[in-house]
Write a protein that binds this ligand. Structure first.
Ligand SMILES: [Zn+2]
Length: 719
């Protein structure tokens, strides 16, 4: 059953595909892929990014021409070339910019930069502003982060390197000096900083930071964000001093956890660089990369976003120069492309690249070779989704969740239900709730978005008053944006509820609460032969409502079984509150239902969530896909028409890395509701590399994808 069809073979079938190849990108790539036609900014033409992350040793061992040939051969539109800040890769004159010990008199950066540019690739100057050495610490003690006792903070792997503080002159004197030195000597297209902003909010006791609000509070976060924006604008200005088209960007971290306010970043960034390189072995689901893509989409308004895929062995044990499972790398790149980001392939050091482990190299050629044939169908205009899932950065950063509850697990629980239900959804940032952004969605989901300002609550209220629907859970809006607990839920009037006491958990390992079915309703459809469903691990008790669909049966002893029975069999406390007003429907679960789904795996909870999402969102989904298997799907309006991306997660390693191989699924029947007036001429499968028949009737197009190995893109050419 397992299809081991090699990737190469798919590439060899390209002859049959001439008609599907984008003529524009074909020509462009003859000149190595970069010159944009007409007024299209060059950034918008990038479809592949390459990076060999330069080590100190590379000047001694790296074949510069071989490096440039490789990235040109895979049609990378841009490569990252290290300038650094920790170790200079060129003959710098900036004080404390220490030269690497294998650099000698060479201008290694200059050689790499020239070799890439000669081949028509754009170059990004990569810098590291986060660490410096003891001589800098001695001369500029004020540049460095301090612990509470005033000691400079070392970096764990390398105690000779110390962590610099972003609030100091290191960022306004030292880093600008390096940027200006690069600008005077070389041509580059952009400046990128790795290792900043930090992935966790910094905790520093230097002289400047002691005057800031306490670490890990919303008040500190505002100062942190102000500094990020101030530096971003400073560096962007320096980048443009030589070349008005050049720009600056920084490492935005991974997933839903970024530290800077992403809505603010999205307003200034031309390139969102996500550093979400892969997953490890500790129960991380495979969809970490698509979540990243959805985050980018929420804040970049279609501007350039890339996610780094590490070819190296990611996870809790990091073998930086060993290739990981090719199936895992392939799926991560698939997810990058499907979710609308630009694939970015990363290898560390020439010793991996051109020496001891060369497995990454052929893989990169095959994967990028395939995408290069189909560039035009990855040029997305907008998503076709009717559900918005609100992401709450303040909740992720500041909410004091009960016990071991985490917002990542909360999101993964909801995400798993959304995938099992095959819903089409976008992420929506909490600071982008303006009505004009929301009208696209029939429903918004608030997965325990605990911190919401009065203004954000008002925006959600306005959305509901306009006919929008909401699904909210647990402590959504129980706290202000400053993390102050409210007397009642901020959205109490919208959801028709009132908080009736503190959060209730369970004692020891007792049964969590149950939800008793009081009457029939679409959200309990399919539950037969039972009056009871699982509730959740925690709940925020809310006041009784009229005619509830589910009520709370309080938790009770689990062990010993002699005592495992409910002392109270029925209450009037609601386990869900449903409301219908005109077109608008709201549903509120007082339990942390999605988190309980994720940690417990209970299928009833997924079924209940899916039913409820379907009920609030109504019947108007623009895309439907029927068939077997666990998939994640995206539907895009593209430059040539439309594209439906299907990722096949039907795999024993979906919830624990890495994928070993793929298990193909059978026919997936797609039904697409086109915007009025659009007509489809052709449907082609980009992985299978063939055209398929379709049926059009009015604005509806239907077709079947016969099977999906790991990934398929149905590309619709439309007028
Ligand atoms: Zn500091």
């Amino acid at each position: 059953m397992i299809n081991r069809r090699s990737f190469l073979k798919a590439g060899a079938a390209a002859g049959t595909l001439a008609a599907l190849t984008d003529p524009l990108s074909g020509t462009a790539h003859a000149a190595a892929g970069l010159r944009a036609a007409g007024d299209v900014p060059w950034l918008r033409t990038l479809r592949r990014i390459g990076q060999t992350n330069i080590t100190e040793h590379d000047p001694a061992v790296m074949d510069v021409e071989g490096w440039a040939n490789y990235w040109a051969r895979v049609k990378a539109g841009a490569v990252f070339v290290s300038v650094t800040g920790i170790l200079a890769c060129y003959p710098t004159t900036v004080p404390f910019h220490r030269k690497g010990k294998y650099l000698g008199d060479r201008d290694f950066f200059g050689e790499l930069n020239a070799a890439a540019r000669k081949r028509g690739m754009r170059t990004i100057a990569r810098m590291s502003p986060d660490l410096n050495w003891g001589d800098a610490l001695a001369a500029h003690p004020e540049w460095f982060m301090r612990d509470e006792q005033g000691q400079a903070l070392e970096t764990p792997d390398t105690p000779e390197l110390f962590q610099t503080c972003m609030f100091t002159g290191y960022m306004t004197d030292y880093m600008p000096a390096i940027m200006r030195e690069i600008n005077t000597r070389y041509d580059v297209d952009g400046f990128y900083m790795n290792g900043w902003p930090m992935f966790n909010l910094p905790v520093c006791y230097c002289a400047i930071c002691r005057k800031l609000p306490p670490a890990k509070t919303p008040a500190y976060w505002e100062k942190f964000n102000d500094r990020v924006m101030e530096l971003w604008k400073l560096y962007d200005g320096i980048a443009k001093e030589k070349n008005a088209e050049a720009f600056y960007f920084a490492n935005m971290g991974g997933g839903i956890h970024a530290t800077p306010n992403l809505a603010q970043v999205g307003a200034v960034a031309q390139w969102f660089q996500a550093d979400n390189q892969g997953r490890g072995g500790q129960g991380e689901p495979v969809w970490g990369c698509t979540q990243q893509g959805r985050v980018c989409r929420a804040i970049m308004d279609g501007k350039m976003a890339a996610n780094v895929t590490g070819s190296w062995s990611t996870g809790p044990l990091r073998w930086r120069e060993s290739f990981k499972s090719p199936a895992e790398v392939r799926m991560w790149l698939n997810e990058t492309a499907a979710s609308g980001m630009v694939p970015y392939y990363h290898v560390i050091g020439a010793e991996a690249g051109m020496g001891e482990d060369q497995r990454w190299e052929k893989f990169g050629e095959e994967y990028f070779g395939w995408t290069a044939k189909h560039d035009t169908h990855f040029k997305n205009k907008r998503t076709m989704a009717n559900i918005g899932v609100v992401i709450g950065q303040r909740t992720n950063l500041f909410y004091q969740a009960p016990n071991d509850m985490t917002m990542q697990r909360n999101m993964d629980g909801l995400y798993s239900a959304l995938l099992e239900g095959r819903f089409f959804f976008d992420f929506v940032h909490e600071d982008r709730l303006e009505l004009e952004r929301l009208t696209k969605y029939a429903a918004l989901i608030l997965p325990n978005i605990a911190l919401l300002s009065d203004e954000q609550c008002a925006q959600l209220r306005a959305y509901v008053e306009q006919g929008g629907s909401l699904l909210a859970t647990f402590e959504t809006s129980m706290y202000s944006n400053q993390n102050h607990r409210r007397g009642d839920i901020g959205l109490a009037d919208v959801l028709g509820i009132h908080a009736a006491g503190p959060v209730i958990g369970r004692r020891g390992n007792s049964n969590p609460f149950y939800a008793r079915i009081e009457r029939q309703h679409p959200i309990v459809q399919g539950f037969t032969d039972t009056n009871w469903l699982p509730g959740a691990e925690y709940r925020l008790p809310v006041a009784a409502v009229e005619n509830p669909v589910l009520t709370v049966v309080p938790g009770f002893v689990a062990y010993p079984p002699e005592l495992s029975y409910p002392p109270v069999r029925q209450t009037t406390e609601p386990a869900v509150v449903l409301r219908e007003q005109g077109r608008s429907r709201t549903a509120y679960f007082p339990g942390n239902i999605e988190h309980s789904l994720w940690i417990g795996g209970n299928t009833d909870l997924s079924h209940l969530l899916q039913n409820t999402i379907r009920w609030v969102a109504g019947d108007g989904a623009p895309v439907r896909i029927e068939g077997d298997g666990l998939i994640e799907a995206f539907a895009w309006e593209t430059e040539p028409g439309f594209a439906v991306h299907v990722l096949n997660y039907t795999n024993p390693n979906t919830h624990r890395g890495w994928l070993r191989e793929f298990y193909p699924i059978g026919e997936q029947r797609v039904r697409l509701q086109l915007p009025a007036g659009r007509t489809v001429q052709r449907v082609a499968l980009l992985r299978a590399e063939k055209e398929i028949p379709f049926r059009a009737s009015g604005d509806v197009v239907e077709f079947a994808i016969p099977s999906v190995e790991d990934y398929e893109v149905a590309a619709l050419t439309a007028s």
